[in-house]
Write a protein that binds this ligand. Sequence first.
Ligand SMILES: Cc1ncc(COP(=O)(O)O)c(C=O)c1O
Length: 487
Amino acid sequence: MPIDIAQLQLQPNGTIALARQLYQLLHQQIMQGQLTYHERLPATRQLAATLNISRGVVVEAYDMLKLDAIVAGFGKGGTRVCVPSTQSPPPDQSKKSHATPPKIALSTRGQRIANSRNYPNRSQTREFPLTPSMPDFRLFPLKQWQRVAAMALNSSPKWYHRDGGLPLLKQQLCTFLAQYRGITNVQPQQVIITTGSQGAQSLLATLLCNSGDIALVESPCWTGTVSALKQAGLDIITSPLDNQGMQVPVNIRHKKQQPKIVITSAAIQFPTGITMTPARRQALVQATQAWQSWLIEDDYAAEYSYNHHPPPSILATSRAAHIIHIGTMSKLLMPALRMGWLVVPPALISPIVSAMNTLGLQASYLQQQQLGLFMQYGYLSTHLAHCRAVYNFRRKRACDYLQRYAKGYFSITDSISGMNISLRLDDRFSDLDSRQLSEHFKQHELGISVYRFQDCQHLLLGHTLLDDASYAKELDSFIHAIKTLTA
Ligand SMILES: Cc1ncc(COP(=O)(O)O)c(C=O)c1O
């Protein structure tokens, strides 16, 4: 079906640039199946003339679609759709359908799992430069990654591998954990490769707890943690944070109230960026021991510390047998790898590996081997050193800019580690609730997060993607969005 020109209603005086408006409308039509797989888009000149806009606007909109890999250029064959639609095409009114839709009845467990997600089931097709916790893919050492690709293909197992991860990667992660996280005395068998931190947390919640057990998390915390716990049917209780980290509840006395699992991002708490103090860690380790709970640390971006030693991991400071450590490559390399790891006490190795084999949850062996080689050749360390320097520079520059041009709207509660800047909004915004604020920033397409902490609204901005060319423009858009809140 050709493009529906009548639906391409552009607003020349709107706040969104014409090219973006056109991109969004085309994107929508493609995803709705209006344009089918491999169908040709109109020539840019022709569409520009039909819509009475400049050809440059159409070219820019097509380029955005190309960046999303939704369309591709085929030389003389023109620009064509290269994804299947995600929705069925608009119904053909001329034909009557007699087909009755199949009845879908999920099990109670299935419903719980499906409803636990906190994200829309849509892939993010565009990156917003202020999105928190995103590594800058432009810094990715592509050449080095490609250099080890062929080696990985030759040396990786071609059949099934059932040991919870490849030996090379496990070994490399042990070295990495000792060097960057101070975690020593871990045997490679204790490292289990997972599909990211989310995969690790879901697996642990499912394996270690019964439905109806209690899980204790920080408030606020990462939504991925909440979904992982909800899908396992856990009752979630929260503990507030203060400037020392998670407050350890002292009023849990009865066995029935004791959490089975406690999850913290102690090194760099998400979203606040707070590092848990040694005294708090000790109190938490002792309390979880007394409750006979598992203490799980999600050590998700702690390698990014800029002008002091990395905030310590709990596992580095305590060898207690109920501590489980989780790490991820999502922030060091990129989320698309879907690669993370668990460090578990010896008694848990066998049950977890069995469960992963039963559920078919192994991360790609080929990519594990590639990552193992990448680390063995020292490419990850070099990349991390480079990213640290770049992100630190971008962080400082963004803070200076915000302080210079938006003073009075917020204070920066910056920690000197991590990938984000936290802003505590001025009291005049305290009447707005988090949903209103989120909606406002969503409309401005900024990608920032909103959270409430210590009775104040906070915003979380990523600084890692703010390169020389874009930082002023992106921060100006953000400042404009803040100012319109008070208008
Ligand atoms: C606290 C926290 N943990 C872990 C992750 C990464 O999860 P994954 O490894 O599943 O990509 C994130 C991502 O933003 C996060 O905020």
